[in-house]
Design a binder for this molecule. Structure first.
Ligand code: CA
Length: 251
């Protein structure tokens, strides 16, 4: 893969965020680019997965809008590559799919997509989703002022989004990080799935309750697995939600 030097960029123009749009259908790509540009985002488009990976290696965008059905490298493969690289792992991804099946939506979350939009979608909704994702990425640093959260052997740096377990870096997706953070900030307190969704996903009401519930459960399951023994500290409160209970509170 040829790396090009990024140009002395216009990237610091008062916070205008970069969005990489990966979409092989020209009309849809143009529509998305138009809408996002109008909202003040700087948009780069790629029409294949390979092009997308090249663009990612040049300059990390603030967010990726990724079509799932691409010729050659699929959207899922691009997502896996992006989440597998330390340099691009924390970039949020909004996945577009033509498939309607709920299982596909769940699969997308499994792969680390931050949100999902089914085609056909309204351009307005796409803009709202993009804004919601970027907003919740930015919130943490502001509200916690650089705190480090600790629970036993786990520590979270809310500014750098680094998570450590016994001093070793935990490979968490942005959503898993926010979920763990929400649990750690409210140690010992039970949070409903709805509260966790609001805190870790900023989910809007158009996603069905059933999807929301399963999404939270699935992420908790993955988080527990990554935390090893500490994962057992995340207690299921049946029919309600979750809480982080620390055996001997040594914080
Ligand atoms: Ca496509």
């Amino acid at each position: 893969m040829v790396k090009r030097m990024s140009k002395p960029s216009s990237s610091n123009i008062q916070g205008s965020e970069r969005v990489l749009v990966v979409e092989d259908e020209p009309d849809i790509a143009a529509l998305i680019a138009y809408q996002l540009t109008r909202e003040g985002y700087r948009v780069e488009t790629a029409t294949t997965g390979t092009e997308a990976l090249n663009a990612l290696s040049r300059e990390a965008p603030d967010l990726v809008v990724l079509d799932r059905m691409l010729p050659g490298l699929s959207g899922d493969e691009v997502l896996a590559a992006l989440k597998g690289e330390a340099a691009t792992r924390t970039i949020p991804v909004l996945v577009l799919t033509a498939k309607r099946e709920q299982e596909d939506r769940i699969e997308g979350f499994e792969l680390g997509a931050d949100d999902y939009l089914t085609k056909p979608f309204s351009p307005r909704e796409l803009v709202l989703r993009v804004k919601a994702i970027l907003r919740r990425i930015q919130e943490p640093a502001v509200e916690s002022g650089g705190r480090i959260l600790r629970a036993g052997p786990v520590s979270l740096d809310v500014n750098s989004h680094q998570a450590l377990l016994d001093g070793d870096e935990l490979n968490l997706t942005p959503t898993e990080f926010r979920l763990l953070r929400s649990l750690m900030e409210r140690k010992g307190r039970t949070q409903s799935r709805q509260q966790l969704l609001e805190r870790a996903w900023s989910v809007e009401s158009h996603i069905s309750d059933r999807i929301q519930t399963r999404t939270v459960d699935m992420h908790v399951r993955r988080l527990r697995a990554k935390l090893g023994e500490v994962g057992e500290w995340i207690e299921t409160i049946r029919g309600f939600g979750y809480r982080l209970r620390i055996p001997e509170d040594d914080t």
